[in-house]
Design a protein around this ligand. Structure first.
Ligand code: PLP
Length: 468
């Protein structure tokens, strides 16, 4: 055995204590650490001929990179839609590597049973019926991928083609009807050979990102019985807008389509009685995508795909191999998604849901939404910024106020670069109805009123410095 391996094994307890101390140091700095950092240029490291051992390797890593680990899991990182890690989720994630289970097959560990139990709790959190089954995947992009791959098979079968065996060669393009799909939906259409251009854009209601359902109905009518896929958004990234899932779902009585709901972050509002009206009808979906690494505040990477067509999903993803045991009722997770070998991704989600329960999540989600309202109110009352859309949930979409039109994209970029350099908060740009804008997404369990105050001061100070 390599000498360093021998020594590291002997000193494993001490190593774990040291790394524990480093982790604590990082976590206690989270509140004051820059929300985001631009990496510095440095000479790249070469693979050493003989290694340094874990302790010196860790030291070297920290020297080179620790300063560049931004506080994206801290309370004032409002870019994209980024959650944090609750204490229970964090310890769960540590244990995932400690236990190092492979969740592809059943029969050699209790871990797959824990994944099933976690999925059950997710259904309960979202108040979804028992007939939704699913699995953990790496992110909502993969949840959308599994949903759309299953939808593709189901839809093609209705046109008389089994694409699992025959491919898409003998079939007309499958239309995907959606108003404001997340970019990952189009990426999935590319990955699945369905073609990005087969997105049929349904118009939105005026000044909204929500689908005009009458327009959807006209398009379904025009398809004259041809089966298609409808992708509904439960929380758009720009403005946190929702499609009317209940009305869309009701159209399944009359038209033949697969309904996929992308609820990557916005689906979670189903756990709040105050906000659950937004996701009403989600149970009518054929498949649903939910991220765990966003509003569930589980560390990267983690998401859930749900469907009520496990048989079709199994046909798409089954991984028949002679060395695998196929005697079972519950299909192996390797037969339900793109990955074969899989980490014990469900454990952090299990721990955090058990640790904080329904009420804990309701509180996080409602607090994030209330704080987004606070920020929105400040913007509305200011001469420096203006809202581009009403604050519906946890997303604030706004821009720099300019007399006669909006700011240029360049101005917004410069402003956001300076905000990042300031370090107190981090926000990302967008384009909303052709206007260059800024998004703040509040999805971290740590965020409180004082964080919003601090972020607001940073935004005002940077804007003032820029205009003087
Ligand atoms: C974030 C997001 C995705 C993609 O999720 P990843 O976790 O980044 O793969 C898809 N849809 C929506 C609505 C999102 O917000």
């Amino acid at each position: 055995m390599d000498e360093n391996l021998v020594l590291d094994l002997e000193n494993l307890d001490r190593l774990l204590e040291e790394v524990n101390m480093e982790a604590r140091r990082f976590l206690s700095s989270l509140h004051n650490r820059p929300a985001a950092v631009a990496p510095s240029a440095k000479a790249t490291l070469e693979l050493p001929q003989s290694g340094l051992g874990a302790r010196r390797a860790l030291k070297l890593f920290l020297e080179r990179y620790e300063q560049e680990m931004g506080g994206s899991s801290g309370p004032r990182y409002f870019g994209f839609v980024v959650g944090g890690a609750t204490p229970a989720a964090l310890i769960g994630d540590w244990l995932v590597s400690t236990f190092d289970q492979n969740l592809s097959q059943q029969g050699s560990s209790g871990a797959p049973g824990v994944e099933l139990e976690t999925l059950r709790m997710i259904r309960q959190l979202l108040r979804l019926p028992e007939d939704f089954s699913g699995s953990f995947v790496s992110g909502a992009t993969m949840s959308n991928f599994v949903g759309l791959a299953t939808a593709r098979q189901w839809t093609a079968l209705r046109a008389g083609v089994n694409v699992v065996s025959d491919g898409l060669y003998g079939i007309k393009p499958i239309q995907v009807l959606s108003a404001s799909p997340h970019s990952s939906v189009l990426k999935c259409m590319s990955m699945l050979g369905m073609g990005r251009k087969n997105w049929l854009k349904i118009e939105c209601l005026p000044n909204r990102e929500t689908m005009n359902v009458s327009s959807l109905q006209s398009h379904l009518e025009a398809l004259a019985g041809e089966t298609c896929i409808v992708v509904a958004s439960a929380g758009t990234v720009n403005t946190g807008d929702y499609d009317d899932i209940e009305r869309i779902g009701a159209l399944k009585q009359k038209y033949s389509f697969w309904l996929h709901v992308d609820g990557a972050f916005g689906g979670l509002v189903a756990c709040s009685p105050k906000l659950a009206h937004l996701t009403q009808g989600m149970e009518l979906a054929d498949s649903i995508a939910i991220d765990a690494h966003k509003w569930l505040n589980v560390p990267y990477d983690s998401a859930i795909q749900l469907t009520r067509h496990q048989d079709v999903q199994y046909d798409v993803f089954k991984n028949n191999a002679a060395y695998l045991d196929t005697r079972r009722n519950q299909p192996a997770f390797a037969d339900l998604g793109p990955e074969n070998s899989r980490r014990f991704r469900a454990l952090p989600a299990w721990l955090t849901m058990v640790a904080y329960g329904r009420s804990g999540y309701q509180e996080i989600i409602e607090r994030n939404c209330e704080l987004a309202q606070v920020l929105g109110g400040r913007i509305e009352g200011s001469d420096t910024f203006k809202l581009l859309a009403p604050v519906r949930i946890n997303i604030v979409c706004f821009t720099l106020k300019r007399s006669g039109g909006g700011p240029s994209q360049e101005e917004v970029r410069t402003f956001l670069d300076r905000v990042r350099e300031d370090g107190r908060t981090f926000l990302t740009p967008t384009l909303y109805n052709g206007t260059p804008g800024i998004r703040a997404a509040l999805s971290n369990w740590r965020t409180t009123t004082s964080d919003v105050d601090m972020a607001w001061s940073a935004l005002m100070e940077v804007a003032q410095a820029m205009s003087s």
